[in-house]
Structures are given as structure tokens and as C-alpha cells.
Design a protein around this ligand. Structure first.
Ligand code: HEM
Length: 217
């Protein structure tokens, strides 16, 4: 094993530890009856915040690697990204199983009735697409389309803090701080995001002129 692969191995082991310890903590809290008066709400909040923090970590990797010339960090992006997906899956599953008791109709009703849940669900669908296509073989098959799809991480970085902000009833300081933090993370990438704008606008105008064409007599 070369020294770089050894360092990468330990770095990944550390990230696994950081990702798994909170889950063990949550299980122990719930099993020991220490998850507050409403354990279901506690689990939903805990896993949601876990996903949000992991998302922040994913977006921090590139700027930190660039600033401190730590190229090795870039090789941990997939791992951290998969933790975002895992925490988000636990969060959605906790809501669906413990809160809605597996009632599909109620789930779709909630998605349509509460805009913040629709925003969360949109982010979750995008996250699932990124997780499914995160394998090397899929990346190779998808070619240029892979990068285009994976750029939607920036849309997810907008949707999730909005979902959080919208979900709270009174305490807005924490979600506001997250909104500011994610705005700053996206701000760092402004040039990159700006460079896609013409492509996105091109797609939109092509799409809308197609729609107009259909309705025109
Ligand atoms: C189908 C998708 C989703 C559903 C149904 C859903 C549902 C919920 C619900 C019911 C709450 C609690 C609102 C309350 O306080 O009553 C919540 C809060 C939250 N969700 Fe989601 N969510 C979804 C997707 C996501 C995703 C993808 C993320 C992150 C990657 C996320 C992160 C959060 C966060 C950070 C909170 C606030 C937690 C807190 O109060 O401390 N959610 N969500």
C-alpha cells in the first residue's frame, strides 16, 4: 500500500466514524428513553439536521482542498455525499413510518398540501439520482451528462435550507444561519454557476417556445 492510499484509507475511516457515531448516539438516546417528550419528532429532527450538516461538509470539501492544496480530500466526496443520502433516507423513512405509519395516501397528501415537504421531496429525488449514479461504471457510461446531473447538488443546496427554514414554526435563528452559510458556499462558486446560466436559459426558452407552439392554432 502506498503512503497516499494509506492516508486515504485512514481519512475515509475517520469520515465513516464521524458519519456513524451520531447514529449510534441516536439509537442509544431512543432506547434509553432520553429522546424528549416526542421521540418521533426528535428522530425526524436529528436525521434531518444530520443530512443538512453532511451536505454542508460535502460542499466544503472542494474549497478546502483547493485552498490547502489537499487533493486527497477530493477522493472522499462520494463517501460524504452518500452519507447525505443515507441521513436523508433515514429522515424520510422516519417521517413515513413513525409519523405517517406507512400510509402512502397520507404521504402524497402531505407532499401536495405542505410546500416545505414538496421542496424536501424534490431535494430527496435529486439526491437519490446522484446516489444511484455515483458508481464509477455509471459515470463512465453517462459521459458528459454525468457532470450535468451532478451539478444539481447546487440546486439541492438551495432546496434543503429552504425546506428547513419553512419547516420551523417559531425558532428562525438556526435555519437563518444555515441559509446564510449555504448562500456563502454557493457564492464561492458564483462564476461556475454563472457559466451555466446561458445553457439553462437556452433549455428554458427552447422548452417554452415548444409549449407555445403546441397551444398556438
Ligand atoms: C420526501 C422528502 C422529505 C420529507 C417528507 C421531509 C419531512 C420533514 C418533516 C416532517 C420535518 C419536520 C417538520 C416539523 O418540525 O414538524 C422536516 C424537517 C427537516 N428536514 Fe426534511 N423532509 C424531506 C427531505 C429532506 C431532505 C432531503 C433533507 C436534507 C438533505 C431534509 C432536512 C430537514 C431538516 C434539516 C429539517 C429541520 C430539522 C429540525 O427541525 O431541526 N429533509 N422534514
Amino acid at each position: 500500500m502506498s503512503s497516499t492510499s494509506r492516508r486515504l484509507f485512514w481519512l475515509k475511516a475517520l469520515f465513516h466514524l464521524i458519519g456513524l457515531i451520531p447514529i449510534v448516539y441516536l439509537v442509544l438516546k431512543v432506547l434509553s428513553d432520553n429522546a424528549g417528550g416526542d421521540p418521533v419528532q426528535y428522530i425526524i429532527h436529528f436525521t434531518g439536521t444530520g443530512a443538512l450538516n453532511a451536505l454542508a461538509a460535502t460542499l466544503l470539501i472542494s474549497p478546502i482542498a483547493k485552498k490547502f492544496k489537499l487533493g486527497i480530500l477530493l477522493q472522499t466526496r462520494r463517501l460524504v455525499g452518500l452519507y447525505v443520502f443515507s441521513y436523508a433516507s433515514l429522515h424520510v423513512f422516519a417521517f413515513f413510518s413513525l409519523d405517517l405509519l406507512f400510509a402512502w395516501s397520507l404521504f402524497f397528501e402531505e407532499v401536495l398540501k405542505r410546500p416545505y415537504i414538496l421542496v424536501g421531496a424534490t431535494a430527496y429525488i435529486l439526491l437519490s439520482a446522484l446516489a444511484i449514479t455515483s458508481f464509477k461504471s455509471v459515470r463512465r457510461t453517462m459521459g458528459k451528462r454525468w457532470q450535468r446531473l451532478h451539478n444539481s447538488i447546487y440546486l439541492i443546496a438551495v432546496l434543503v435550507p429552504v425546506h428547513f427554514y419553512w419547516s420551523v414554526k417559531s425558532e428562525i435563528i438556526e435555519p437563518s444561519l444555515y441559509l446564510i452559510f449555504f448562500t456563502a458556499l454557493l457564492g464561492i462558486r458564483l462564476n461556475k454557476i454563472k457559466s451555466w446560466t446561458p445553457t439553462v436559459l437556452k433549455y428554458f426558452s427552447a422548452f417554452s417556445s415548444k409549449g407555445r407552439g403546441k397551444s398556438d392554432p
